[in-house]
Structures are given as structure tokens and as C-alpha cells.
Ligand binder design. Sequence first.
Ligand SMILES: CC(C)(COP(=O)(O)OP(=O)(O)OC[C@H]1O[C@@H](n2cnc3c(N)ncnc32)[C@H](O)[C@@H]1OP(=O)(O)O)[C@@H](O)C(=O)NCCC(=O)NCCS
Length: 197
Amino acid sequence: MISDNGIPGDVVPAGRMAGGEQPVLALPGGLQLRPWRSDDAETLLTAGQDPAIRTWNRFTVGSREEACARIERMHARWRAEIAAIWAIARPDGPAVGLCGWGDIDLHGGSAEILYWLLPEARGGGIAVEATRRLTQWAFDDLGLHRLRLCHSVANPASCRVAEKAGYTYEGTQRSALLHSDGWHDQHLHARVAGDAG
Ligand SMILES: CC(C)(COP(=O)(O)OP(=O)(O)OC[C@H]1O[C@@H](n2cnc3c(N)ncnc32)[C@H](O)[C@@H]1OP(=O)(O)O)[C@@H](O)C(=O)NCCC(=O)NCCS
């Protein structure tokens, strides 16, 4: 990490993501994290209509074409090593949620987690399990150093996911997220490599 001239180099060398396939990762309860497929477009369309996902993820999808383009973009972002987004699903089943890393900075060694579940998948702790599994992947397989989890202060369910997945509350960032009802403050939670889970 520290090069000959004493200046820190890349925390994670470029190519570690693009040089391989996005893995399939097992979750408890027979679920798995797997790459998004073109036949998951319906799930994105449904998510784009869900009031909670629209509000808290600021996510909208207006058409099947847009959903397919988003899925293509997820794969392009893996290859560009700037995002790693998984579908949550049963093997050979439809996607019921999304979890993954945005804002990946291999050079600096950080990323921010994103997640949502369709309403029928909520209430069973799946987001916590997916966050824990992708945290392990980000530290142990990818080699990142610092992982963020941010949410509006008006979203207590997401705050609970952060706490249960071992993300320490670090502070409140003022007017950090623009929602339809105005600017929201957001909680910053983070885990650093070596933190107890
Ligand atoms: C946030 C979300 C992913 C959590 O999904 P989940 O895995 O089903 O989470 P659970 O329902 O198991 O709840 C996790 C914890 O939050 C708690 N919780 C849920 N709703 C809550 C609320 N309104 N207020 C306080 N706590 C709440 C649960 O009780 C649980 O804690 P516990 O296990 O100690 O009881 C899901 O609710 C969702 O997709 N919401 C809409 C989109 C969203 O908020 N995305 C996150 C953007 S940052």
C-alpha cells in the first residue's frame, strides 16, 4: 500500500473487480445475492412504484426499457469498478430486493452500501443479512478499508439495519439528501476493517 516514495498507493489494485465475474453469495434462509439479469426488469419496475423505495432510495423506473438499461448499467459499473450491485433472490427465483456497493473508490479503499426490499420481503431481517454478507465480501474479498451506510434521519428502519449490521453511528450530516419534501439530514454510519461485527 505504501510505495517506495513513501506515498500511499492504491488500497485495492485496479482490476480486482473487472478481472473477474461478480460472484454469487449465499444468504441464510435459502436466499442468495446474485448479479442482476435482464429478466429481473419486472422487479425494478415494481420497486420504482413502491412509495418507500421511491422516497428513501430516491429510485424511479418508468418503463421496462429503462429497467433493462439500469440492469445493463449495473454490469457496466462492475466492469468500471465503481459499483457492485446484487439482486436478492432464491435460486432461480425472481429478485425481491437489491443490495450492493455504490461510490466504490478502489484507490482510497471505500464504498457506500445501498439496499431496498420489495414490501413482501420486508420484516424478516434480510437487509441485515445481505449487508453483513456484502460487508464481509468488501473487506475480505475486495480489500476495501472503510464502508459507509447513510440514511435519512426520518428512516428508522434503515438506522436499525445499520446498528444490527455493526455499522457505528459517526454523526449527522446536515441537509445531505434532497427529498420531495425538502432537504433531509442524514446519519452517517461506518465500519472500518478490523471492527468487531
Ligand atoms: C430498510 C429495509 C431494507 C429493511 O428491510 P428488512 O430487512 O425487512 O428489515 P426488518 O423489517 O427486518 O427490520 C430491521 C429492523 O428495523 C426495525 N424497524 C423496521 N421498521 C421500523 C420503523 N419504522 N421504526 C423503527 N424500527 C423499525 C425492525 O424492527 C428491525 O429491528 P429488530 O430486528 O430489532 O426488531 C426495508 O424496510 C425497505 O426496503 N424499506 C424501503 C426502502 C428503504 O428504506 N431503503 C433504505 C434506504 S437508506
